[in-house]
Design a protein around this ligand. Structure first.
Ligand SMILES: O=C[C@H](O)COP(=O)(O)O
Length: 246
């Protein structure tokens, strides 16, 4: 059985400030966690966060290397400012900005080309869950990357399962519900490559807080979390980091 190091990642979305970087850095830097801790501040704060010694990612990247794409975030520039990870396909990017599975696969490819580790976000809406389509949706989102890049590309990546109905709603998936989908993802990958399936870190996201994180992170196929709202509260974020295993 492969042991996977857990990750606690804080996605600040369009929130935060230079002050928050100082507060989060203070809350986490004097502690030894068993998990790797990553923060995803707005892109303009990447350099500042990295300068505090935090492991940093960007919340999205352009699928293009460079050029006339006003407002986009260039993977190579994010990397040069200190980012080592990027989220791709967060449900807010898919729903609000219309990113398709193919766009997400292209961003995944560009991130890896520029040396960023992509965290591929997948998850179903409430309606899709009620219609019994959770597995189909998650498989489609993951297979888009496998089809474009081959399963080997997943070896240098992380997947975050974030049911859309649990994001920012306070309605967390139960540990059993989350574990069931994580196991489905691992089994799906196992059908392609057993080694990658065993070693890939699978994070859960959706209303994780310091009260529910320990039980979620204790599930066999959950290797940490992608935290939204609670990652903006330094003490809560540090408590969630403490609840993760090695
Ligand atoms: O990226 C993080 C997720 O969207 C979860 O957000 P949340 O913890 O506020 O529900």
């Amino acid at each position: 059985m492969t042991t996977r190091k857990q990750i606690v990642a804080g996605n600040w979305k369009m929130n935060g400030s230079k002050d928050l970087i100082d507060q989060i850095s203070e809350a986490v830097s004097n502690q030894t966690f068993q998990a790797d801790v990553i923060v995803f501040p707005p892109a303009m704060l990447i350099e500042q966060a990295a300068s505090k010694g935090l492991t940093v990612g960007t919340q999205t990247v352009s699928e293009y290397k460079e050029g006339a794409y006003t407002g986009e975030i260039q993977a190579s520039l994010a990397k040069s400012l200190g980012a080592t990870y990027t989220l791709v396909g967060h449900s807010e990017r898919r729903a609000i900005y219309g990113e398709s599975d193919e766009d997400v696969a292209n961003k995944f490819a560009q991130a890896q080309e520029q040396g960023l580790t992509p965290i591929l976000c997948v998850g179903e809406t409430e309606e899709e869950r009620e219609n019994g389509q959770t597995e189909q949706v998650v498989a489609r989102q993951i297979n888009a990357v496998i089809t474009k890049l081959g399963v080997a590309a997943l070896a240098n990546s992380v997947i975050a399962y974030e049911p859309v109905w649990a994001i920012g709603t306070g309605k967390t998936a139960s540990p059993e519900q989350a574990q069931a989908v994580h196991k489905f993802i691992r089994d799906l990958l196992s059908g392609n490559d057993k080694q990658i399936a065993q070693s890939l870190q699978l994070l859960y996201g959706g209303s994780v807080n310091e009260q529910n994180s320990e039980l979620l992170f204790a599930q066999d196929d959950i290797d940490g979390g992608l935290i939204g709202g609670a990652s903006l509260k330094p003490e809560s974020f540090a408590a969630i980091c403490r609840s993760a295993k090695g």
